[in-house]
Design a protein around this ligand. Sequence first.
Ligand SMILES: Nc1ncnc2c1ncn2[C@@H]1O[C@H](COP(=O)(O)OP(=O)(O)OP(=O)(O)O)[C@@H](O)[C@H]1O
Length: 599
Amino acid sequence: MNGGWWTSLRLVTRIAWEQGRGHAVAALLEVVSRVLTALFPLFAGLVVGGLAARDLTLVLLGAGGLVLSRALNFLLVIVGVESRLVLMERVGHAIDLRVGQLSGEAATLDHLEDPAHQDQAQALAERLGRVGMAYNLLVNVLNNLAGPVITIVVAATADWRLLLLLAVALPATWLGRRSIQWEAEAEKAGAEAGRRSAHLLGAATAPVASSELRVLGARRWALDLLSREAARWRHPHRTAEVRTAGWSIVLAVGYLGAAAAILAWMVRDALDGRIDPGRLVTGVLVVGQLRESVTDLQWVISGLSGALRAVSRYRWLEDYARTVDEEHAGTAAPPARLTDGIRLQGVGFRYPGADRESLSDIDLHLPAGAVVAVVGENGAGKSTLVKLLTGMHDLSSGRILVDGVDLRALDLPAWRARCSGAFQDHARLELTAREAVGAGSVEVLDAGRAEIDSRVLRALEDSSASDVLRALPDGLDTQLGAAWPGGVDISGGQWQRLAVARAMVRLDPLLLVLDEPTSALDPATEHALFDRYAEAARATGGRGGVTLLITHRFSTVAAADLVIVLADGGVAEVGTHADLMAAGGRYADLYALQAAGYR
Ligand SMILES: Nc1ncnc2c1ncn2[C@@H]1O[C@H](COP(=O)(O)OP(=O)(O)OP(=O)(O)O)[C@@H](O)[C@H]1O
């Protein structure tokens, strides 16, 4: 095993220890039971040899050993197995929880955009159960190690020829190692196809995507694609399994041939009176036991190494999260209020794995207290700009200054606690309406009921979403989502408006982002809503917060203090609506075009 495996073993043992010291130790009792079982041929040989030699001491010793091994075995196995199972569940649960935390708490979202990370995460997800089983399998390896070791000792004491069997039994361990390698190669070769088939399966079963595919008549095509990808994922695994099975058969036939020859040799010696019948009995039992225990050992080692591969992926995730955290070790507290605002200086950004920058050479000043609208065609870089301002990705070049302090120097969670936002791809939190909105500022949910309700109701009002609440049968207590008992379904536009309300719960954010939060609403309603946001933002703008509105509807942005036009990843124009109209450039053209469309 290489160093990585040892680290994984230590990690698994530590987690098992933390999850239940008593169980971790009790699980090892099974090893004792395996030792007693492995001694069975010796005890049986003693009984038969003692009877043949009319030696009562030998008979009693053998019989005592047989009875003891059977009785203790029963007890130790029950305690050991029970402890292993309890730990398996606890370790699995602890790992599940930790994986969720590691993915959710990573300082940036780069990992979610990185194909290499996604392949690792997919392989981990496929094998997550195995991580939980790792300690269980480790104890099993120890259990199964006892078998061959004791059997070899018993064989050596019974007859030296039995040791020749080792020469044919040991290649099975070679197969064990090779099959682990084949499986690892198969996992790697199938990772991308596995991720793709999981994605297609999700699309085929998720209500929205699946109904869209039906309407488009593309369901059959998607299912065919899914089975092709699943086959592409399965193929390398199948090949590895067939190889392993083929070699297992070859090795088993070789072993049986050798065992038959050695036993025939021993039978002849027994008939000639050169060895006593007790040794022959031990020999016969050892032949079966040796092969069985070596094969079992091979399989548990291969099971353990599969689990350790999953553990090594988990360690990879831990290392990744640690590296990301170290790279974002800023500790400066964000200012209580903004006085200068947010500045972007020479900002450039390329997504992980992308071949070109999505934003480059961005120089901007978002003044404290201002309502800033960002417009631009699809793919211009609007959402990317938001991700950078909220610290979701590291800049490829340049810097972002919050009142003169580099975003990298700020404590990222503290900065995010001062940001708020509603997004086009908002979360549909299927909770009660109170929780779904209150989640915009989780400390609100910890307050008393009256405080929660007043903040949530105010947020609904600020986002003109009070009518959504009125339509809910149990008001704030209504369970959202038809999949839950008593739950109600609401429309896409209503979900979106609750998301906007959620963004309004946090008081005095330094950065409030509204990234096409009203795309499901008609232009007139969006216009009215934005006027309201602008009004609310100006009321709080006295505390310096910047409100950033991203929209495709130019008519909505006239009320903004500043309009930024993005094009091809760069800033095309900046100014007030009036300035940009007077300049007669890209903004004025697009504005005129949209205005004509609505006439
Ligand atoms: N995860 C990603 N990986 C690689 N490239 C990406 C990723 N997300 C976005 N891009 C690219 O970055 C560019 C800017 O995308 P962005 O989503 O910021 O545009 P946008 O202006 O918000 O577009 P839209 O109006 O369609 O929402 C596009 O060229 C897009 O293809």
